[in-house]
Ligand binder design. Sequence first.
Ligand SMILES: NC(=O)c1ccc[n+]([C@@H]2O[C@H](COP(=O)([O-])OP(=O)(O)OC[C@H]3O[C@@H](n4cnc5c(N)ncnc54)[C@H](OP(=O)(O)O)[C@@H]3O)[C@@H](O)[C@H]2O)c1
Length: 252
Amino acid sequence: MTTKTLVVGSTGATGKHVVLQLLQQSQHVHAIACNKQRLLDLLDEIEPKSSSLYAKQLEVTEASILGLTDEDLKKITKDVDAVVSCLGHNISFKGIYGKPRKLVTDASRRLFTAIEANQTENQEKKTKFVLMGTEGVPNPAGGDNPRTRLERSIIFMLRYLIPPHADNESAAEFVHSKRDNPNIEWTVIRPTDLIDGSVTNYELFDKPQGALFGGDDKATRANVAKSMVDMILTDSLWEEWKYKMPYIQDMI
Ligand SMILES: NC(=O)c1ccc[n+]([C@@H]2O[C@H](COP(=O)([O-])OP(=O)(O)OC[C@H]3O[C@@H](n4cnc5c(N)ncnc54)[C@H](OP(=O)(O)O)[C@@H]3O)[C@@H](O)[C@H]2O)c1
C-alpha cells in the first residue's frame, strides 16, 4: 500500500522523524516547511543522503502554514490519505508569547476545513488526522486519572501563563469535537516527557500513566513519530486508536 501524508511542523524535533520514517517505508510525503533546505538538511542529519535518496517521494511546499490561503490548503490536502500535525511554538520569547498564539488550533481548524471542502467533491475519500499533543492536555471526553491538587494547580497556571499550553488544549478540544464527519478520522497522541533518541519499542495507553511531573517515563521523539507512522500504515492500529487520545511512553 502506498499512501501520501501531509506533514505540518515537518522541521520540528518530532516532525522530521515522521517525514523520514514515512519515506523509509516507501510512502509519499508532502511537507510544509518555512525553509525547504532546512528540512532537507535535517533529514540528512538523521540518515545521510536521505534527501536525495527519497527525493521522488517527497514534495515540499515552502511556506508558513497559516500564510497559505484556503485554496492552497484545499489543493495540498486534495489527494492525501493522512495529515500529521507536529506543530509547536518555538521555544523563544516570541514563539511563546508572540503571534500566532493559536498556531496549532488555527492550523488544525483550517486543515479540517480544507479536507472537508475536498470531500464535498469526493465523498468516498477518508482521511486520517493525527495531532501531536502533550500528556498535560486533558481528554475532553473525560476518563483521565484524577490529577493531584499540585498537578491541577500547575496545569491551571500553564493554561493562563504559557500560551502554547492553552493552544495545545484548544487544538485537542477542536479535533475532539470533530466526530460529525465520518470521513475524517482523528487521533491525538499525548507523549510523556520527550527525549532525543532512536526508534525502540513504545507503549500506548488510553490515558496518561503516573505522575504528570517528575516521573521516570520518557518517550523518544523517534518513537512518537513511529507511533504516528504505524497508525497511518496499519489499519488495525488505527481502528484501535481513532477518536481517542492515546498516551505514549517508551517500553521499559
Ligand atoms: N512532553 C510532551 O508531551 C511534549 C513535549 C514537547 C512538545 N510537545 C508538543 O508536541 C508538539 C511538537 O513538539 P516538537 O518538540 O516536536 O516541536 P518543535 O521542535 O518545537 O517544532 C515545531 C514545529 O512547528 C513549526 N512552527 C513553529 N512556529 C511556527 C509558525 N509560527 N508558523 C509555522 N510553523 C511554525 C516549526 O517550524 P520552524 O522549524 O520553521 O520554526 C517546527 O516545524 C508541540 O505541540 C509541543 O507542544 C509535547
